[in-house]
Design a protein around this ligand. Structure first.
Ligand SMILES: NC(=O)c1ccc[n+]([C@@H]2O[C@H](COP(=O)([O-])OP(=O)(O)OC[C@H]3O[C@@H](n4cnc5c(N)ncnc54)[C@H](OP(=O)(O)O)[C@@H]3O)[C@@H](O)[C@H]2O)c1
Length: 216
């Protein structure tokens, strides 16, 4: 890992994304924290639901070596699968699945061309088949299960290219999304940064929990 690597973080205005950007900076990387709205820190604008916004950000930022797809929404807590309004599910998938996919489509080809890259999808235990998908936020859980599928697929697609693609389950972390959780964002961020700075012989296509591969 060299100090010249550039890392882009989506949804970096608050929560886990903001802490990930801070930790990556602390480790000496060039960090581009992006937000969907202008913020006080002047971060580049990147709305993961808006293809034009992703393209413009890419043009402005240039080559990205490390991509952290962190942006996410939790829109359906307290719902159940048989009555959740499907428009909420659709909006959730638009950010949590297609948002990461859209950003990956723009930034991964450059990584493959350059023969080096790290991609981290910030996923969730709610989307784990092994644990049983969490039914109390059905759209959210399915979006993360699908994101895990995307992770495995992109890892297969980039096998042997020098690009490693993994998902991280940060666990219940205290943010605006999960204010009652106990885990400080800095701890979750260190797990994400670990996956973002894996050595060249590190794993690809795994679901990391506490920095170790866990069952999907
Ligand atoms: N907290 C937990 O316990 C927990 C557990 C498992 C997984 N996660 C995952 O961790 C990630 C970060 O969540 P968090 O807990 O830090 O929640 P958070 O504080 O609500 O942060 C979510 C971030 O995503 C951004 N975002 C939402 N829609 C976006 C869009 N269309 N384009 C770009 N950015 C967008 C938000 O930006 P705005 O400020 O503009 O809304 C915000 O910065 C999410 O993917 C979440 O699913 C969290």
């Amino acid at each position: 890992m060299t100090a010249q690597r550039t890392a882009l973080v989506t949804g970096a205005g608050r929560g886990i994304g903001k802490a990930v950007a801070a930790e990556l900076s602390r480790q000496g990387l060039r960090v581009v924290p992006t937000t969907r709205r202008p913020d006080e820190a002047g971060s580049p604008i990147l709305d993961v639901t808006d293809a034009g916004s992703v393209r413009e950000a890419a043009d402005r930022i240039g080559p990205v070596d490390i991509l952290i797809c962190n942006a996410g929404v939790l829109l359906d807590p307290g719902s159940d699968p048989l009555s959740v309004p499907l428009d909420l599910v659709e909006r959730t998938l638009e950010v949590n699945l297609l948002g990461g996919w859209r950003v990956a489509q723009v930034f991964l080809p450059g990584m493959i061309d350059r023969g080096w890259g790290r991609v981290v999808f910030v996923s969730s235990g709610t989307g784990s088949f092994d644990q049983g998908l969490f039914t109390g936020a059905p759209g959210y859980s399915v979006s993360k299960a699908a994101l895990n599928g995307l992770t495995m697929m992109l890892a297969s697609h980039t096998k042997g290219t020098g690009v490693l693609v993994n998902a991280v389950n940060p666990g219940m972390t205290r943010t605006r999304m999960m204010p009652q959780a106990g885990r400080p964002v800095e701890e979750a961020a260190r797990d994400v940064v670990h996956a973002a700075t894996l050595p060249d012989d590190g794993p690809s296509g795994v679901f990391l929990r506490h920095r170790l591969p866990a069952p999907w």
